[in-house]
Design a protein around this ligand. Structure first.
Ligand SMILES: Nc1nc2c(c(=O)[nH]1)N[C@H]1C(S)=C(S)[C@@H](COP(=O)(O)OP(=O)(O)OC[C@H]3O[C@@H](n4cnc5c(=O)[nH]c(N)nc54)[C@H](O)[C@@H]3O)O[C@H]1N2
Ligand SMILES: Nc1nc2c(c(=O)[nH]1)N[C@H]1C(S)=C(S)[C@@H](COP(=O)(O)OP(=O)(O)OC[C@H]3O[C@@H](n4cnc5c(=O)[nH]c(N)nc54)[C@H](O)[C@@H]3O)O[C@H]1N2
Ligand SMILES: [Mo]
Length: 760
């Protein structure tokens, strides 16, 4: 198919934009005209389309090419050698053949976690999994970094994972029916910039404005004031990070003390109240105040307001990306149950509102266009954030969700569409783990740190360099994504790369069904329109849709949906999938798993990290970045503009900075027991004193010891599980010390290609 004449509409996870070309590159982007609140992240593609860090050709690590496959500490330190596509594909195919013939598919890890790009066909992870499924199989991962603790946990006490994202009470219902919204972890506008699969209409702020106009009151409980958009006019309750469980316990106790809880709801829809009540009997507001640094009267007033108004209690996903995060969430469920508003319009419990532009929006009526990632014959998997544990401890047994699992012995790691040296914690440990396998293969469009730690690096296109079909589940349009520019250098689409491998392994027919990209797009689209037609919605033909270049409206489902309304209406006919078929305020099932760090009655426990508070007194929030999606396009225009002295900005309270002789824009060294990173200071009164904030996503730029001179907080964060139950990641928090950096600033190297690579 051909390139459209400019401007061309394009869908990305962070928004929809029109690209305007000058010659053969994109000269400017403008937000989609119907997006009410676009985000500047769309600008990052401008300089990234042909940035020096784009991978121009296939490369092989010198030590691997010369010495062959095997464990190596040289990964991330070695030079690269440019090779032809044929040579690169022969090498990867040879490794796969060697391992399938020898130790078998359980030696290949392809969880390949990551966000990749928007577009229903060129989804890197799906393409890779489809290919490896027909090639012989692979070890997979379950859950995600986003809500890896709540996904398995909440399904055992109230509702399944999917419901929190896709069956959530709508913003419309909240704006029209709530009286009070209490947002633990806030409702940050920056996070609503993105949606998995693409964002078209950014309407968080307009819903919040409508709610406010209707008289809804907002309370934001967070260490950062600006987690609540100004439109909410919110009351800010600054709280010490990782202490919310204690606050919730005190609220529960207050509701009991003042006889403010809904006894009928507790009796009809929950089990375990007596044990729960006993567990909070001594959790007075005075007790909680010591832990949370929130004054006892504020806790009492909040409990009373929540009990007397139609209340929606929402907790951001960040609330469970911390040690014991399952129980923090559980306490939120318990308080919401005591309020008795679950299942009523505008009331109840929510998880992840504003964490993306998805939760709280109704969905396309009959699902999305889909591309199948096939059927993996291998059953072995890991909870996704146990990557280092797996590579470092083959054969070791561990617990997960009531089961005992064993780490496989991985010889080859294959990653396409993700960046573990962005997303995983304790990067020095990950470096050590990445030294263990025989071979690491990475597809990416840029020299991310993961690509630099690989043996075979295959250059992938950006989404602007290929035709695709754009669609996201909570939007009401499909977008024809016409290729805008030619691929950079020798870059290929993941599909084309994997087809090259499939041909070598003799499984091309099973992988591609003999279809090229054009035929696949038509097939995916037509399957989708057939499904809608069967339900009475006729949509145009593929040719009409594609040649129009315009968004295609698609019907949506119930805009007034209320989560758990069916359960509330008739709990016998619509039971929950918990052991009691009701909301579990206590759980024998979880108690019987026997995890000391995840017992069967909701608890608050201080994270172990608090033991370090004498030496590391600052609570660092490592949250999502405002100026990009994770690490994607970090050297891009908007992301680069936010850097301070070329480093990632760290926000500090002026008081904490003054105590340390630190001023605005200073270069600082942030240390934890695991290592340090550098960052550039931004002073802000919007932080609770004692808290600093360094977002994720600065490309890891290690010194000899693995410390990061650019500002990646994952050098600092611990690689421990949330608990023995979920084994999710604790990326959100770490205790640190911050000091002015004395020496001459070391030059950033990660925004140039690694040794041996790049165009000359
Ligand atoms: N400390 C801390 N760490 C965190 C978090 C935190 O709160 N604190 N949050 C976590 C969360 S919630 C998440 S979801 C993860 C995100 O972690 P990731 O999803 O791994 O992060 P991304 O930077 O989005 O990585 C996507 C990669 O895919 C590449 N890519 C994009 N499109 C394509 C394509 O078409 N083909 C190929 N081959 N590659 C492509 C991009 O260049 C990029 O390198 O990070 C987690 N890490
Ligand atoms: N712009 C942008 N948006 C994104 C992303 C991105 O990379 N960039 N990533 C997306 C992804 S993959 C995900 S999963 C979501 C994640 O969504 P979230 O997990 O909700 O996002 P975070 O920004 O990590 O955290 C939200 C806020 O929680 C607050 N917080 C942290 N710890 C505590 C605590 O202990 N108590 C309280 N009360 N508050 C706390 C912090 O102030 C933080 O700003 O974001 C998505 N949105
Ligand atoms: Mo995420």
């Amino acid at each position: 198919m051909s390139t459209q004449s400019s401007p061309t509409l394009h869908l990305s996870h962070w928004g929809t934009f029109e690209a305007h070309k000058k010659g053969d590159r994109i000269a400017s982007v403008t937000p989609y005209a119907k997006d009410p609140d676009p985000h500047r992240i769309i600008e990052n593609v401008l300089s990234m389309q042909d940035h020096p860090t784009r991978i121009d050709a296939p490369y092989v690590r010198k030590g691997w090419l010369e010495g062959g496959a095997g464990p190596s500490e040289q990964r991330g330190r070695d030079e690269f050698v440019k090779v032809s596509w044929d040579q690169a594909l022969d090498l990867v195919a040879g490794e796969l053949q060697r391992l399938y013939a020898g130790p078998g598919p359980e030696s290949i890890y392809a969880g390949s976690y990551g966000w990749a790009s928007a577009g229903r066909f060129h989804h890197a992870q799906s393409q890779l999994k489809r290919f490896l499924s027909v090639a012989g199989g692979y070890v997979a991962s379950v859950n995600n970094y986003s809500f890896g603790a709540s996904a398995p946990f909440l399904s055992r006490v109230i509702a399944t994972e999917a419901q929190w994202e896709t069956k959530a009470t709508t913003w419309k219902s909240i704006a029209e029916n709530a009286e009070l919204v209490v947002a633990i972890g806030g409702l940050a506008r920056k996070n609503s910039a993105i949606a998995n699969g693409g964002a078209v209409h950014h309407d968080l702020v307009s819903w919040l404005q409508t709610a406010r106009d209707n008289g809804v009151e907002f309370v934001g409980i967070s260490p950062l004031r600006d987690d609540m958009p100004a439109q909410t006019d919110a009351r800010w309750i600054p709280i010490r990070p990782a202490s919310d469980g204690a606050l919730l316990q005190a609220i529960a106790r207050e509701l009991i003390e003042k006889d403010l809880y809904d006894k009928e709801f507790i009796a009809n829809y929950t089990v375990g109240f007596d044990l729960f009540a006993e567990s909070v009997a001594d959790k007075t507001p005075e007790w909680a105040a010591q832990i949370c640094d929130v004054d006892p009267q504020t806790i009492r007033d909040l409990a009373e307001a929540m009990a007397t108004k139609r209340t929606f209690l929402t907790m951001s996903w960040s609330m469970q990306r911390q040690q014991y995060g399952e129980h923090t969430m559980w306490l939120g469920v318990c308080v919401a149950a005591m309020l008795g508003h679950i299942g009523l319009p505008g009331g109840g419990f929510g998880h992840g509102y504003a964490s993306t532009n998805r939760v709280g929006h109704s969905e396309m009526a009959f699902g999305l266009p889909t591309f199948s990632k096939g059927h993996n014959p291998v059953r072995t998997y890991i909870p996704v954030s146990r990557i280092s544990d797996m590579l470092l401890n083959p054969g070791e047994q561990y617990s997960y969700d009531g089961k005992t699992l064993t780490y496989p012995d991985i010889k080859l790691v294959y990653w396409a569409g993700g960046n573990p040296f962005h997303h995983h914690t304790d990067l020095k440990r990950l470096r050590e783990a990445f030294g263990r396998p025989d071979t690491i293969v990475v597809h990416d469009s840029a020299w991310t740190s993961t690509a630099r730690h690989a043996d075979i690096v295959l250059p992938a296109t950006l989404s602007i360099e290929r035709d695709d079909l754009g669609a996201a589940i909570t939007e009401d349009v499909l977008i024809p994504m016409h290729k805008i520019v030619e691929p950079y250098g020798e870059a290929r689409d993941d599909f084309a790369i994997l087809r090259g491998l499939a041909q070598r392994l003799g499984c091309d027919e099973a992988f591609s069904d003999g279809l090229d990209t054009d035929a696949w797009l038509e097939r995916i689209y037509t399957k989708f329109t057939d499904k809608y037609a069967a339900r009475g919605h006729t949509l145009p033909s593929w040719q009409q849709f594609w040649s129009s270049g315009e968004p295609l409206p698609v019907p949506k489902a119930d805009p007034d949906r209320v989560m758990h309304s069916e359960f509330r209406d008739d709990p016998q006919a619509n039971p929950l999938r918990t052991p009691s078929k009701k909301i579990q305020l206590q759980s024998d099932e979880i108690e019987d798993f026997g995890y000391d760090d995840c017992p069967g009655t909701p608890m608050w426990r201080a994270p172990d990290d608090w033991d370090n508070r004498n030496d590391f007194p600052i609570a660092l929030i490592a949250n999502q970045p405002k100026t990009r999606l994770h690490s994607q396009l970090d050297p891009g225009d908007y992301s680069a503009e936010s850097k301070v002295g070329g480093r990632e900005p760290v926000r500090m309270h002026p008081g904490d900075a003054a105590e340390r002789g630190i001023s605005e824009s200073d270069l600082v060294q942030i240390s934890s027991p695991r290592g340090w990173c550098l960052a550039g200071v931004v002073l802000s009164e919007d932080l609770k004193p004692g808290v600093a904030q360094l977002s994720t996503g600065a490309w890891y730029d290690p010194d000899e010891d693995g410390n990061c001179i650019h500002g990646n907080p994952n050098v600092l964060v611990r690689d421990i599980p949330v608990s023995s139950f979920s084994r999710g990641n604790v990326g959100q928090h770490v205790q640190v010390q911050i000091a002015a950096y004395a020496g001459p600033p070391p030059p950033i190297t990660v925004w140039s290609p690694p040794p041996g690579a790049g165009r000359r």
